[in-house]
Design a protein around this ligand. Structure first.
Ligand code: NDP
Length: 258
């Protein structure tokens, strides 16, 4: 089988959290283009439904939309039941939902800290654990978590200690799950994107004036596009990456190199 054929995901079943928009939507589209059926999992059901319809129309795969808050164990469990009810199995889990909060450490309330840790770290744990249980029973699968370059560096000038800590946690969680599930044929990897032009940044008025500063710091002089994360996730999802587990893939245009 040639490499491009091997990259295909035909017949595989995937879910993508935070899949309604941004990186999740873009990666879900790529997984579908590679042939996987896709569950768009998000808090925002109308947008998730729109995204699911759009992807089905463009690619011909089966898609569903599932309203889920990844911080709720019961909602995550219900989502897994819904996906299994529609697709019968789960081969690929892209645990990607995340939020950012820019508050100085000395002013951050405990509630604000908890909110970020809950979505970005606890949400990834709940989702990956639930997917892992299904994959262990099935005899295998691939989990890809979204960390961030903020797991590796401290972004400036905006303060974001909870975000940075949550993303560092995602990397070590990824490695831990990979080792625990090594003999179950469940692979667990994560991606660490640099700044990517999505709503997370572009619809945050407070961050807009900073884009020029970040671009001045960036070796490539620009932010990344969500499309520039598609291929790495398709690779990790499928059968080209069978020796790849417990790895973090930094995709940042060399931002963290300097
Ligand atoms: P967006 O804000 O564009 O999209 C995130 C999606 O996740 C939204 O649809 C949002 O829904 C959803 N979401 C938020 N909270 C929850 C929740 N509790 N349960 C289910 N879904 C939820 O962000 P991006 O696409 O930019 O970010 C995706 C991931 O990539 C995040 O983990 C982020 O931290 C990470 N990342 C982003 C970078 C960037 O520069 N953009 C850089 C590095 C990492 P709603 O809109 O309803 O809140």
């Amino acid at each position: 089988m040639g490499i491009l054929e091997k990259m295909r995901l035909d017949g595989k079943k995937a879910f993508v959290t935070g899949g309604a928009r941004g990186i999740g939507k873009c990666v879900a589209t790529a997984l579908a283009e590679a042939g996987a059926d896709i569950a768009i999992v998000d808090m925002d059901l109308p947008v998730a439904e729109e995204t699911a319809k759009e992807i089905a129309a463009a690619t011909g795969v089966k898609t569903i939309a599932v309203k889920t808050d990844v911080t709720s164990q019961s909602e995550v469990d219900a989502m897994i039941d819904t996906v299994l009810g529609s697709f019968g199995r789960i081969d690929i889990a892209f645990c990607n939902a995340g939020i950012a909060l820019n508050v100085a450490a000395e002013e951050m309330t405990y509630e604000q800290w908890l909110k970020v840790i809950n979505v970005n770290l606890n949400g990834v744990f709940l989702t990956a654990q639930a997917a892992g249980k299904v994959m262990i029973k099935q005899g295998g699968g691939s989990i890809i978590n979204t960390a961030s370059m903020s797991a590796h560096i401290v972004n400036v000038p905006q303060p974001q200690c909870a975000y940075n800590a949550s993303k560092a946690g995602v990397i070590q969680l990824t490695k831990s799950l990979a080792v625990e599930w090594i003999d179950k044929n469940v692979r667990v990897n994560c991606i660490s994107p640099g700044y990517i032009g999505t709503d997370l940044i572009l619809s945050n008025e407070g961050l807009k004036p900073l884009i020029e500063k970040w671009n001045a710091m960036a070796p490539m002089g620009r932010m990344g596009k969500p499309e520039e994360l598609q291929a790495i996730v398709v690779y990790l999802a499928g059968d080209c990456s069978t020796f790849t587990t417990g790895s973090d893939f930094v995709v940042d245009g060399a931002f963290t190199c300097i």
